[in-house]
Design a protein around this ligand. Structure first.
Ligand SMILES: [Zn+2]
Length: 265
């Protein structure tokens, strides 16, 4: 049974058919999804959905959803974590991180928010799920300073050297739809080089559609046509297993162990 270590089941894209989507994924062997909350309203929905389907969730503020009143929202986040600390389905703090690709004008604000949330994770002895876009070295430096139990760097797209630095901090790297593209030479080579203990699988649904779901801009009416779902994890895993020259059985065994090791499972 597979674990989708990063899946936004609370996204509006799933609002009309979530029970069907979740049931289909389960039928195909996706036993658990980790739902990383991205903003204050998502703290409630992620928790509710995790309880509804026996999944897991994390609480945090995503760098692309910075609230108007940061310090107030951070205090609310602290209260929310405190309130749910005994909930066995709460597995960490996230989705937190830095995004210099979509949003580069507020670098200082992003970094302050990220570090504040790392300190919250530290305070409650929780691991983190980290969003990294064009900012990996800054992230690694911050993680080294705060020293957490570990976590996941989701949608990893760095170098082997950066990957090994994260592994040393008890982080796993999340791989999903991006590795399914023939043109993803760098990622595919990296997949062949990483040790088993550094890998987890994810879809990031409804985003990052795998190659077989992707529709080129000129042929699609809107983005909903290429919605990614947790069901795709199984086929993505097949692609990863092939690239790593392993069986699906081997891959599922160690990626599940890894999720349980780096998150509060
Ligand atoms: Zn995400």
């Amino acid at each position: 049974m597979w674990i989708d270590s990063h899946c936004h089941l609370d996204a509006p894209e799933f609002s009309y058919d979530l029970p069907t989507v979740r049931a289909q994924a389960r039928e195909h062997g996706v036993s658990h999804c980790v739902i990383p909350a991205v903003h204050q309203a998502s703290w409630v929905t992620s928790r509710r959905i995790a309880h509804q389907f026996g999944d897991r969730y994390t609480l945090g503020i995503h760098p692309l959803y910075i609230p108007a009143d940061v310090s107030h929202t951070l205090r609310d986040l602290e209260k929310e974590i405190q309130k749910n600390l005994d909930d066995p389905l709460l597995v960490g703090v996230g989705e937190i991180g830095l995004d210099r690709y979509f949003q580069s004008s507020n670098a200082k604000l992003q970094l302050d928010l990220f570090v504040s949330q790392l300190q919250l994770a530290k305070k409650f002895s929780l691991p983190v799920i980290v969003h990294v876009r064009q900012s990996l070295d800054v992230i690694i430096q911050a993680l080294r300073q705060v020293k957490l139990s570990g976590g996941i760097a989701h949608a990893f797209n760095g170098s082997l050297e950066q990957a090994l630095q994260l592994l040393k901090l008890n982080f796993c790297l999340g791989f999903g739809g991006a590795v399914t593209y023939d043109r993803a030479h760098h990622l595919r080579r990296l997949l062949g080089e990483l040790p088993d203990e550094g890998m987890v699988l994810e879809t990031d649904a409804p985003d990052i559609p795998p190659q077989w779901v992707y529709i080129p801009k000129e042929s699609r009416m809107d983005l909903r046509q290429m919605r990614n779902t947790p069901l795709e994890l199984v086929r993505i895993a097949g692609c990863v297993a092939q690239l790593r020259k392993q069986s699906g059985g081997e891959l599922v065994a160690y990626t599940n162990q890894n999720v349980a090791r780096v998150l509060r499972w």
